[in-house]
Design a protein around this ligand. Structure first.
Ligand code: ATP
Ligand code: MG
Length: 401
C-alpha cells in the first residue's frame, strides 16, 4: 500500500542505490507523514552508501552537508537529500556532536534520531525498519524520545522545542517520561542559537493543534527562552489560543497576536533578541503599536494613517482588530479603505502631483523647509483628495512660500 504512494523519483533513487549494491530507505518525517496520510514536505533518504559512492550513481548531485554525509540529488527539478547512515560522537554544549562517523548499520542511524515516530525507515521490498516501535507511537498519537529522553535532550536541547512543536503540529501527546525529561532540562534551551529557536517558534505558531501550544509555557521551556513572554502568555492563555485559532496562517499576524500586549519598545527588544529580519521587525512593531487603538473609519484620518503605515499594514490591522477587538469599528474602516483605494486617492508623497524639484523651481529652499512644505501639501490632499492636481498644488505652494 505504501509503495503506491511513493513518488516515481523516490522509487528510482531507492532502486538505483539498491542496484548499486547499497541499502537505502526513506526515513524520518516523510515516513511519519505518510503513515499519518498527510503529504510529506520532502523525501529524505538514508543509505549505507558513502557520499562519493552515491554521487557516482546519479547524474545531477551537489554537496549539501558532505561533512555530515548529506548530498542532494536533483531529479526532474526536485531536490532529494540522501544521507549516509551515521552515528554521532559525544555532544558538545547541548547542541552539536563533536564528530560524526559513517556506519553500515541502519539501526545505529535510527538510534541518533529524536523521537520514535521520526526513527522509522521504509523500503518497498524490505518493508519497515522500526526498531523503536515508532508506528505504535504514531497510532497512539504519542511523542516518545528514542532511548533515554533526558540524555537525548541533553545532547541537543533543540529537541525539546521540536517536541512541543510536533505536539502542536500533529496533535500528539508527549509520553510521560519524555515530558518529565523535558520539564527537567528546560534550562538547556539557552545553549541553542536564537536563530534555531526563532525558526521553531515560527513553525509552532502556524500549527493547527492549538490546545498543545500551552506545553511551551506549562513545561517551563518558554520561561527559559523569554520570561516576560512566558508570564504574558500564561496570563491570557485561553484568549490567546482562541485568538490564534481565528488568525490567518501568516507569521507576521501570528507574532503580533503573541506580542499583542507588549509596548512597541518591548516588542522591538524581543524581536531583536530573536534576530528577526528588519522588515518583519518593523511590520510587527507597527502592528503591535497600533492594535490597541480603534482604526479611523473616516476618510481624512484613514488616508493619513494609510500614508504613514502603508495600506498593507492597515489591512492587517483590520484583520487583527476583527479578532482581538471585535467590537471596534474595523468593518467601517475596511469599507472606508476599500473606497479610498477604489477612488485612487493620494496617500503618500510619491503619489502627490508635485515633487520637491517642482517646488524648488518655484523658489522653495532646499532642505527641511522643502520637506515641511511637501508634508503640508500632502496633508491638504489627505483632507481633500480632489486637490491632488499639479496646478492647484503649485498655487497653494506659492501662497505658503
Ligand atoms: P518536518 O515536518 O518539520 O520537516 P521532519 O521530521 O522531517 O519534520 P526535519 O527537521 O526535516 O524534521 O528532520 C528530518 C529527520 O532528521 C527527522 O525526522 C529526525 O529523524 C531527524 N532529526 C532532525 N533534527 C533532529 C534533531 N535535532 N535530533 C535528532 N534527530 C533529528
Ligand atoms: Mg523534514
Amino acid at each position: 500500500m505504501f509503495s503506491n504512494t511513493l513518488p516515481e523519483d523516490v522509487l528510482y533513487i531507492l532502486n538505483t542505490l539498491t542496484q548499486g549494491g547499497h541499502e537505502a530507505y526513506i526515513v524520518g518525517g516523510c515516513v511519519r507523514d505518510t503513515i499519518l496520510h498527510t503529504n510529506p514536505k520532502d523525501w529524505d533518504i538514508t543509505t549505507s552508501a558513502e557520499p562519493e559512492e552515491t554521487k557516482k550513481l546519479f547524474l545531477h548531485t551537489f554537496d549539501t552537508g558532505i561533512q555530515h554525509g548529506t548530498i542532494t540529488v536533483v531529479l526532474n527539478h526536485t531536490n532529494y537529500e540522501i544521507t549516509t547512515y551515521r552515528v554521532e560522537g559525544e555532544y558538545e554544549d547541548c547542541r552539536r556532536p563533536s564528530s560524526v562517523a559513517f556506519t553500515k548499520n541502519l539501526k545505529d542511524d535510527l538510534l541518533r534520531r529524536d523521537f520514535t515516530m521520526n526513527a522509522i525507515a521504509y523500503h518497498p521490498s524490505e518493508g519497515y525498519q522500526d526498531p523503536f516501535y515508532g508506528r505504535e507511537d504514531i497510532k497512539g498519537k504519542t511523542i516518545r524520545g528514542v532511548g533515554e529522553p533526558a540524555l537525548r535532550f541533553q545532547e541537543d536541547a533543540l529537541r525539546m522545542l521540536r517536541c512541543v512543536r510536533f505536539a502542536a503540529q500533529l496533535g500528539f501527546s508527549v509520553e510521560t517520561e519524555t515530558y518529565k525529561a523535558l520539564c527537567e532540562n528546560t534550562k538547556l534551551i539557552q545553549k541553542i542559537s536564537v536563530e534555531r529557536i526563532h525558526d521553531e517558534m515560527n513553525k509552532l505558531w502556524l500549527c493547527e493543534h492549538y490546545d498543545k501550544m500551552s506545553l511551551l509555557w506549562q513545561s517551563g521551556l518558554l520561561t527559559q527562552i523569554d520570561p516576560l513572554l512566558a508570564t504574558r502568555l500564561m496570563e491570557r492563555e485561553s484568549t490567546f489560543v482562541s485568538h490564534l485559532q481565528q488568525a490567518p496562517k501568516d507569521s507576521i499576524l501570528r507574532w503580533t497576536i503573541v506580542l499583542q500586549d507588549y509596548t512597541s519598545q518591548e516588542a522591538k527588544t524581543f524581536l531583536k533578541k530573536l534576530k528577526f529580519d528588519n522588515d518583519s521587525l518593523k511590520q510587527i512593531c507597527i502592528l503591535v503599536e497600533n492594535i490597541k487603538n480603534d482604526l479611523p473609519s473616516e476618510g481624512y484620518a484613514l488616508r493619513a494613517l494609510a500614508g504613514k503605515l502603508g495600506t498593507h499594514s492597515i489591512w492587517q490591522l483590520t484583520t487583527l482588530q476583527s479578532i482581538l477587538r471585535p467590537d471596534s469599528p474595523h468593518q467601517q474602516s475596511s469599507q472606508c479603505l476599500e473606497k479610498i483605494l477604489a477612488d485612487g486617492d493620494c496617500l503618500t508623497l510619491k503619489q502627490l502631483a508635485v515633487n520637491g524639484q517642482m517646488l524648488m523651481e518655484l523658489g522653495a529652499p532646499k532642505g527641511k523647509e522643502l520637506g515641511n512644505l511637501l508634508v503640508t501639501l500632502l496633508d491638504m490632499v489627505h483632507q481633500n483628495p480632489e486637490m491632488n492636481q499639479k496646478q492647484l498644488l503649485l498655487e497653494k505652494a506659492k501662497t505658503l512660500l
